[in-house]
Design a protein around this ligand. Sequence first.
Ligand SMILES: C[S@@+](CC[C@H](N)C(=O)[O-])C[C@H]1O[C@@H](n2cnc3c(N)ncnc32)[C@H](O)[C@@H]1O
Length: 275
Amino acid sequence: MRPVTSRAAHSKAPGSLMFHRLAAQYDALYSFKDSKREVDYLEALVRRYGRSEGRSWLDVACGTGRHLEYLRRHHEVVGVDLSGAMLRIARRRLPSTRLRRGDMRSFHLSESFDVVSCLFSAIGHLRSEAELGATFRNFARHLKPGGLCIVEPWIDPEDFRSGHVHLVSHSQPTGAVARMAHSTRRGNRSIVHYEYLVGDPRRGIQHFAEDDVGLMVPRPRLLEWMADAGLRPRFLTKGLNPGRGLLLGQKPPARTRTGALGSAPFRRRKAARRI
Ligand SMILES: C[S@@+](CC[C@H](N)C(=O)[O-])C[C@H]1O[C@@H](n2cnc3c(N)ncnc32)[C@H](O)[C@@H]1O
């Protein structure tokens, strides 16, 4: 059985085999994730840290739309992703939701949002800190004044452990998938070698392999890049996945005609603790 190999994560555009040829397996591989619980937590963060009035939410690198499915209960949602294959699955899940193909570094929508999120460490697929800066600036551009940016970072270089072996598998009546991962590092790049076995009733068992290269940036640098993009940054250790935490960046509320900053709640918060 010859594996289909790919170093695609950082060849042409960022994004890996997982998000192209194996997109159909994505939801099965991550079926253990509780997207509803994650969305409940994200919404609580927006209630606490967001300072804009509306209910619009842009999820960048939305993948197969698992978060959008729950976010749309209380928000007007839009999703953006680089991968056509992931978006096709998202469109089947959410036929009436606006989903756009775009690159987080450069997409342009002619509207701004109360929340811009980018979850499950999708920013780890960027190739350099300069790209990270461009991405945060693009997120800030798509936020309303007082709006909140929520980004789940990739693992901190301090916390990354080489030699970690991890197995995930999922089986259902329509087939099965198993993925074994082994991690190494090269400087500030994580290299996770994946081997996949995909069982399909018609095609039999196929074998795929790839090295997924991730950009690891220390938390303080991530906060600096957010601040450079004009956002007021904060890191929360409690996130959605173990060891990743969440970056929050608030776009400053609009100034009133007197020059005072934003709403009363923001002024109170500012006095209490600067976000
Ligand atoms: C780990 S998945 C996360 C998907 C979704 N946010 C979730 O939590 O299930 C990473 C997603 O990032 C997308 N992606 C990678 N690089 C991207 C880029 N430069 N711009 C937009 N999306 C990108 C991939 O296509 C993939 O759908």
